[in-house]
Design a protein around this ligand. Sequence first.
Ligand code: AMP
Length: 360
Amino acid sequence: MSALPPGSTIGILGGGQLGRMLAIAASRLGFQVHIYSDTSGPAFDVAAGHTVGDYNDTGAIAAWAEKVDVVTYEFENVPLTAAAAAAAIKPVRPNARALEAAQDRLTEKRFIADLGLAVAPFAPVDDYESLETALNEIGTPAILKTRRLGYDGKGQARLTTDDDAKSALDTIAHAPAILEGYVEFECEISILLARAVDGSTACYDIPLNTHVNGILATSTIPGPLPDPMTEKAIDAASRVASALDYVGLITVEMFYAGENSDQPLIVNEFAPRVHNSGHWTLDACAVCQFENHIRAVAGWPIAATTRHSDAVMTNLIGADVNDWPTLAGEPNACLHLYGKNEARAGRKMGHITRLAPIAS
Ligand code: AMP
């Protein structure tokens, strides 16, 4: 498939805020967007078409794929059967391999470690015996994480001593899991890398990310990485992307343990999609992560990822959004609201990016 001309239709699996921001970026380039989602969501308001269907209904997915020119997705838990049903009809970008590797923490950790990149010590856990074995190997403190469907700190339990083993297993409802050694990091960062069909790449500047209750709270740019570390971090993300023959925007989350550490950069996980820690690119860069993802999946060249401002992106979680009248009046701030009607606790309702001239 050569570059899709404007007027073509991009199919997006998933109808949340990431789908919404992808659809807005796609429409700016003259594309139509058709969303497939199992429920009505924020992306529906801004897309030319939408289909509500079960992600396991491969017949409905195939019928939807007939109506679009290329398929992408905004969440990593798209069933592999859905991706395969779509791929039989139209190109799916990023490919199903990226989904498969990202959906299971054990597969993901092994894949990253096999690339020669540093990861936290890890071991598979299926039951109490394998947890004991893993604890003997890894020690405490440690984190038990479900292999599948964990996000925003959900599906995790921390172990301070071996005595926490039983309660940790209860916390994750005895789901298949991995035990990870606790990494003493200075801070968390994410690499936002766009990769085109021809393998060319471009990376955004690397933000510093903070979390509250396991949910991303802020992304600050510029981040803390000194130049040589920046190169290493970008190289690591490029290796992940090229090993997957990835097309689109990939996010590789890392712990930074400081310049003097034996392992300064430790890969935590990757998301085969645009990411909350890249929302500042909407307002601080000429071309945002969403447009570069659409460009890549449409077979277009990646545009410059150059940043024209310093920025702090703050998520509006739950009731935070009720401050919108004040936030809307703030100078040098860009407010983004996702159109969700119920401000439930822990729900991402919007974000605000505060801009400043690049500090020299
Ligand atoms: P995750 O779901 O893997 O992104 O984990 C959620 C958050 O838990 C991360 O953003 C970190 O703040 C923390 N975390 C996860 N894994 C580790 C680890 N191995 N060592 C220390 N902190 C971790």
